[in-house]
Design a protein around this ligand. Structure first.
Ligand code: SF4
Length: 283
């Protein structure tokens, strides 16, 4: 629960607030864009929710926050069915972001060929039951070593295969399938694992149906800059490698960037490619 006694005074007056324990992971800003904003190294409410839809966004911010820093003074009932949040047909944001992954977003995909979990949320009974209702998880796709969170518990619960690149595999000794080398690998039809060394040596993005690109911490959308971004300050392996990796990514077609940290976006494939090339130029 958020701590009223530690309410950040920079948060807009009113019932909803963010406390000072915020670690600035950015997850709440993606859950409630425009409502929760960045100020002086923390997230705060820019204004109070003005309608039911914005109130649902604020509640989503409560559920994504890994430090439980988002709260309300009012005694409102939390709406049901906030997460998993369907972003596109059968593609969901999981919510319940883990502090161990610095609040990274994770995703669930429902498909007849078998459902996917991309990176891992906290292992929360409420979410586990929802994923059971949606058909369970057959494959867990880990983007890199930092965002594994509770993947081992989901793997055990759903008896799922777990994929990670061998260069980051120390973070997931329970992985069943190791990706090797630098070339894309087909996990199944219409699902590619594309190594993108840079953020970490073993970073991987996953491309589903030439449409959905799950990017971990290698690539994201910035609502503030209205462009694709990569995180130089959080590049743990090699910035020049990351630039090379993202340049190669422009060979692939995709419309969605679904990021671990930072924003997600849908754009026409050609515009996405042009924006990716522009990012590589800036890097
Ligand atoms: S999700 Fe929580 S910790 Fe992360 S930026 Fe928002 S308020 Fe801060």
């Amino acid at each position: 629960m958020a701590r009223l006694s530690e309410r950040n005074p920079a948060s807009a007056p009113g019932d909803w607030y963010v406390d000072r324990r915020c670690i600035d992971c950015g997850a709440s800003r993606e859950a409630a864009p425009g409502l929760i904003v960045h100020r002086k190294g923390k997230s705060v409410f820019a204004r109070q929710p003005a309608n039911e839809e914005e109130e649902r966004a604020a509640w989503r911010a409560v559920l994504v926050c890994p430090t439980a820093s988002v709260g309300t003074e009012g005694h409102r009932a939390q709406p049901a069915d906030l997460f998993p949040q369907e972003l596109a047909p059968g593609v969901y944001r999981c919510g319940y972001n883990a502090e161990s992954s610095f609040g990274a977003h994770s995703y669930f995909v429902r498909r007849a060929e078998g459902n996917l979990l991309v990176d891992s949320p906290r292992h929360v009974g409420k979410l586990v039951r929802k994923l059971e209702d949606l058909g369970g998880v057959s494959n867990i796709l880990l983007s890199h070593q930092d965002d594994v969170a509770d993947a081992h518990r989901y793997a055990k619960h759903f008896n799922a295969r777990v994929w990670i690149h061998e260069d980051d595999a120390r973070a997931a000794p329970y992985a069943t399938d190791l990706l090797r080398g630098g070339e894309p690998a087909e996990i199944r039809k219409q699902l590619l694992a594309i190594p993108v060394p840079g953020h970490t040596k073993g970073s991987v993005v996953y491309l589903l149906e030439e449409t959905y690109l799950f990017t971990g911490d290698s690539l994201a959308w910035s609502h503030e800059r209205e462009g694709l971004v990569a995180f130089r300050d959080a590049c743990w392996y090699s910035w020049s490698e990351q630039r090379r990796s993202l340049a190669k990514l422009a060979d692939h077609r995709f419309e969605w960037v679904l990021a671990g940290h930072g924003g997600s976006v849908r754009l026409p494939a050609e515009e996405m490619r042009a924006r990716l090339r522009a990012l590589v130029e800036r890097m």
